[in-house]
Structure formats: structure tokens, C-alpha cells
Design a binder for this molecule. Structure first.
Ligand code: EPU
Length: 342
């Protein structure tokens, strides 16, 4: 049976990824209602295609055309869905813009997400890489999510433990990859809110503004200013945020590196290992501001690769590989690519 879904054919994805990379999708559906997903299985052709779920497209690198069906989540809706003595529960549909959602909560006096202000992308994509910034991670305020499972054709709820969140990681990068689409996310925002100003950049920015007891909005404003200063705006210069994860190494490896490089930037992890600032490693290797073909490294944050105009996904990956090789040769540390590479 053919469906009545408004499927488009041979669609350019350039406008739908923040790197601005050219790639064609064989089929494309803008998902505005969840019921559309259940209809896919009723169409013989669509049912057997590979699917790619796209949110804001801010954490993806296209190196080729996609021969399947792109599901571009555009569902909307934000609501307070409950409260108890400790939390206010807020649910947002997958297609909501992340930063607009953070602002919605702050406008209603609900704190908890302010450190994650201005992160590009959509609500539905936010649990996939457990977005994090300035001392906070999505998992801190995450309560549950609903997803549509392509294999069973059913809708299912997952709690925090089931999502197996880690540093820029979750079950949606592993066992559930390509198997489902996240429909909405529910957050538990604390009633006894306290500002998280552990990250030096944030406390310094607040101090510079003469703010001693910041509100959630003050923290959001500080984070927004810091991000604008350091991270290139994808609308001006295509990018996908941090291109590499900060590598985690055993204490002995960190200690040996500090002997050789006393300026090395590292952060202790709960298990005794250390997270190294990949931006520092890339910067020290001389890559900041470099250009290779049409791809390059940001002038303000060495961890961010950028599209200087007409870069292809291959240009970006070639540059990333050259950086990985150089950092490994200098520091003996492997850098993992953070965005999804297609
Ligand atoms: N550094 C340099 N040179 C650079 C960049 C950084 O020396 O070019 C040094 C900084 O001086 C600092 C350290 O490296 O001492 C860390 O830099 P920064 O505070 O800018 O943060 P980051 O570790 O590079 C991470 C996240 C960002 C997040 C910031 C703030 C990852 C992969 N990246 O970057 O997340 O905004 O912390 O919390 O964990 C993203 O995931 O896309 C992203 C932008």
C-alpha cells in the first residue's frame, strides 16, 4: 500500500545541517505529527528503507548522499506536565529548538537548564549525545523520554537509567542507534534550585558583572555571552560545535604528560582518571585558525572545525584525521570524533 505521507524525493540536506555540507537524501519527510511514523511501516517501499533521524542537524557531518529516508523532526509543544515537593516536570516535543525551550523554562522562573543555554540543536537530539556545557549535562535534569521504536512499531517510555548516559554518550549512540526516533523529553527541574557556577569561565563572567547571588537567568546570560565569544555562530560559519571529545586518560598518563607539558589542561574524573582539554592539545599542536581546502579550525576554539565556504564532508574529515594524527604523534593521545559521521 502507498501512503499519503508528504514524502519528498532527492532533497538537498545542505540547509538542514549546521556545517552547511552538501548531501542529497533519496527521500525526505518533515515529521509534524507523531502518527506519521506509524504509517511508514504500512508502505512497502518506505518500510524497508534505512532511516536517518535529523533534529537541528547541529551534530552531524555528511560525507555522502543518504540513500534512505530522512525523518526531519518538526513536532512542537512544551508544557508543565506535573510537580511534586521537589520538582516541576516539563515536557517538550522533539522538534522544539533547544535554546528556545531553555528560554521557555527560564521565562517561567524554572531553573536547571541555564548552563546549557545557546547549545544549537533540537530537544529530540539533546539526549543522544547527552549535551553538556559549563559544568552541567542534560542528564542532571533529565527525567524520561518517549520514543517510537521502528522494530516493534510501538511507542515506549525510557527513564534515566535506561538511557545509560555518559560523557557525550547514551544508549542512542549504541544499542538504540538507527532503531528509534525520540518523540519528546521530560525534564525534572528542581524547586530548590542552586546556581552551578563551578566552571571558571562562568564564575568569572558573573564576577565581572558584579553579580554575587545569580538567578538562573543571570547564569544563562553569562553562558550566552561566553559561548558567543568563543564559539563560531553556525549561521555565519558552518560548524558542529566541538569536533572531538575531551579524551579521558589514566592518572599515570596525565602525570607523565604534565612533566613534559606543565601547562596541560586536565580535569579529575570521579573514577580517578583525568579528562584532558582536547582544545588545548589541538591548539598546542598549532592548528588553531588553520585552513585546509575549504575546511578549517576556528580562530577562537581549536576544538571546533569550520566550513569556510564550500567544504565537503570529505574535506572536514581529512582535516580531522590530520589533526588526530598530529595530536597522537605529539602527545600519544587519541582524539575521538564527537559528531555523527554519515
Ligand atoms: N583551550 C585552549 N585552546 C583552545 C580551546 C581551549 O587552550 O583553542 C583550553 C582552554 O583554555 C581551557 C580548556 O582548553 O583551559 C577547555 O576549553 P573550554 O572551556 O573552551 O571547553 P572545552 O573543553 O574545549 C567543552 C565542551 C563544549 C562546552 C565547553 C564548556 C566537549 C567536547 N566540549 O569544551 O561543548 O561548550 O566545554 O563547557 O566536551 C560541544 O560539545 O559541541 C561543545 C561546544
Amino acid at each position: 500500500m502507498k501512503t499519503t505521507l508528504p514524502i519528498q524525493r532527492n532533497v538537498s540536506l545542505r540547509a538542514y545541517n549546521s556545517f552547511g555540507l552538501e548531501a542529497q537524501a533519496a527521500a525526505y519527510l518533515r515529521v509534524t505529527e507523531v502518527v506519521q511514523l506509524a504509517k511508514l511501516g504500512q508502505d512497502a517501499e518506505l518500510a524497508k528503507m534505512p532511516y536517518l533521524v535529523l533534529g537541528g542537524g547541529s551534530n552531524i557531518v555528511f560525507t555522502r548522499d543518504f540513500s534512505g529516508l530522512v525523518l526531519h523532526m518538526a513536532t512542537k509543544g512544551i508544557a508543565v506536565v506535573g510537580e511534586d515537593a521537589d520538582f516541576t516536570y516539563v515536557r517538550a516535543a522533539a522538534g522544539e529548538d533547544w535554546h528556545a525551550f531553555v528560554n521557555w523554562t527560564l521565562d517561567r522562573g524554572l531553573g536547571g537548564l541555564e548552563n546549557l543555554s545557546l547549545i544549537p540543536g533540537s530537544v529530540g537530539a539533546s539526549p543522544v549525545q547527552n549535551i553538556g556545557a559549563y559544568g552541567a549535562e542534560l542528564s542532571d535534569c533529565f527525567y524520561a523520554l518517549t520514543l517510537f521504536d521502528f522494530e516493534s512499531g510501538e511507542t515506549k517510555t525510557m527513564n534515566k537509567a535506561e538511557c545509560a548516559f555518559g560523557y557525550r554518550d547514551s544508549i542512542f549512540k549504541h544499542a538504540m542507534r538507527d532503531r528509534c526516533v525520540i518523540l519528546d523529553v521530560t525534564f525534572a527541574l528542581p524547586k530548590r534550585w542552586q546556581a552551578n557556577t563551578t566552571y571558571a569561565d562562568v564564575s568569572q563572567e558573573l564576577a565581572a558583572r558584579g553579580i554575587v547571588s545569580p538567578t538562573a537567568r543571570d547564569v544563562s546570560d553569562a553562558v550566552t555571552v561566553i559561548r558567543k565569544r568563543k564559539l563560531p555562530d553556525p549561521l555565519v560559519l558552518g560548524n558542529a560545535g566541538s569536533f572531538f571529545k575531551n579524551p579521558v586518560v589514566p592518572a599515570a598518563v596525565k602525570d607523565a604528560l604534565v612533566k613534559q607539558y606543565p601547562q596541560l589542561v586536565s580535569y579529575p574524573e570521579k573514577d580517578g582518571s583525568f579528562k584532558l582539554a582536547a582544545g588545548w592539545l589541538v591548539d598546542q599542536s598549532g592548528w588553531k585558525g588553520k585552513t585546509s581546502g575549504h575546511a578549517g579550525v576556528s580562530e577562537t576554539q581549536a576544538l571546533v572545525l569550520v566550513n569556510r565556504g564550500a567544504a565537503s564532508g570529505q574535506d572536514v574529515i581529512a582535516l580531522a584525521q590530520a589533526i588526530q594524527k598530529d595530536v597522537a604523534a605529539r602527545f600519544g593521545v587519541a582524539l575521538d570524533i564527537e559528531p555523527t559521521v554519515i
